[in-house]
Design a protein around this ligand. Structure first.
Ligand SMILES: C[S@@+](CC[C@H](N)C(=O)[O-])C[C@H]1O[C@@H](n2cnc3c(N)ncnc32)[C@H](O)[C@@H]1O
Length: 284
């Protein structure tokens, strides 16, 4: 009998966000929004902000690029925009849940490697490798080594993602490689920096939107569920709260303590668009 495979909670979280966002807000993307001046910060504008992000990202693809590898393609929406612009695109997607969406959206217009980037093996080579909010999930050294190998001569690495700053104190916000470590490491590889744009200011409103959502919707629903369980199933509820004490505390700390806010994001994270050019001939 095949061993039961556990589903990754992060992928399930992305799927829930996708289903919820699409149904209630018309959201098509899985990445942050890029909030331009004049776009009022509220949840109803999130879909527009995400479209702005894609437009901003795609505007930094260097001229002459023909082939792209979209690493961590999510639901495939960015890849589809790239295909529609005439690029030849392959994708990497380790999540079976998101890969299903990507296949539906891309309809065979793009080949999807269903694996972690770290495990990808292919003879294909690309003019540009894209990490749209997926870089933070991938081992730094392996990401750089693999990208050097998979890029054509003079190929580009385009990363749009958040990193950890060196700010002191404990952040309630997880995720991201340390920015200083990234700069240090990439300087040891055959990549030449072309662009480094700080878009923390344009992306931090997402945190306000999400923290408002948890305060106004998530928190009351959470309280209601606990109230229902305590009133109707007191023994079962006590058992659950004893058995999952640590998990429940973590959820309350993470989502309902108010620490995941825009101010903390601006202190502990730095969201950047980074473009690098490969400076050595093909590596075999
Ligand atoms: C926040 S989503 C971003 C999706 C998409 N790039 C976008 O901009 O909408 C993060 C993506 O990274 C992918 N991912 C996580 N770990 C990965 C890994 N080790 N290799 C490749 N992709 C990974 C996830 O499956 C998901 O598709």
């Amino acid at each position: 009998m095949s061993k039961h495979k556990k589903v990754n909670s992060r992928e399930v979280g992305l799927e829930i966000g996708l289903v919820f966002g699409k149904y209630f807000l018309g959201m098509e993307h899985l990445h942050y929004g890029y909030w331009t001046d004049g776009l009022e910060v509220n949840i109803h504008n999130l879909s527009q902000a995400q479209k702005n992000y894609s437009r901003f990202l795609l505007s930094h693809i260097p001229k002459g690029t023909k082939t792209i590898l979209d690493v961590g393609c999510g639901n495939g929406r960015v890849a589809l925009e790239l295909v529609n612009k005439g690029y030849k695109v392959d994708c990497v997607s380790p999540s079976s849940i998101l890969t299903r969406h990507a296949h539906n959206i891309l309809q065979g217009k793009s080949h999807i490697f269903e694996c972690y980037y770290e495990d990808l093996e292919t003879e294909n080579r690309y003019d540009l490798i894209l990490f749209s909010e997926s870089f933070q999930y991938i081992n730094l050294e392996k990401a750089l080594q693999k990208s050097l190998r998979l890029l054509n001569k003079d190929g580009y690495l385009l990363i749009c993602d958040f990193f950890k700053t060196d700010a002191e104190g404990k952040s309630m916000l997880g995720g991201g490689h340390k920015l200083v470590k990234f700069y240090d490491l990439i300087s040891q590889y055959a990549f030449h920096p072309i662009k480094d744009i700080d878009i923390t200011k344009e992306t931090l409103p997402n945190l306000k939107v999400v923290s408002d959502f948890f305060e106004e919707v998530g928190n009351p629903i959470w309280d209601l569920v606990l109230y229902f369980l305590n009133s109707n199933y007191p023994l079962f509820s006590k058992f659950l709260q004893w058995k999952y004490k640590k998990k429940i505390e973590k959820i309350e700390r993470k989502y309902f303590s108010g620490g995941r806010n825009a101010e903390n994001f601006s202190i502990f994270k730095s969201y950047r668009l980074l473009l690098y050019k490969k400076t050595v001939p093909d590596i075999i």
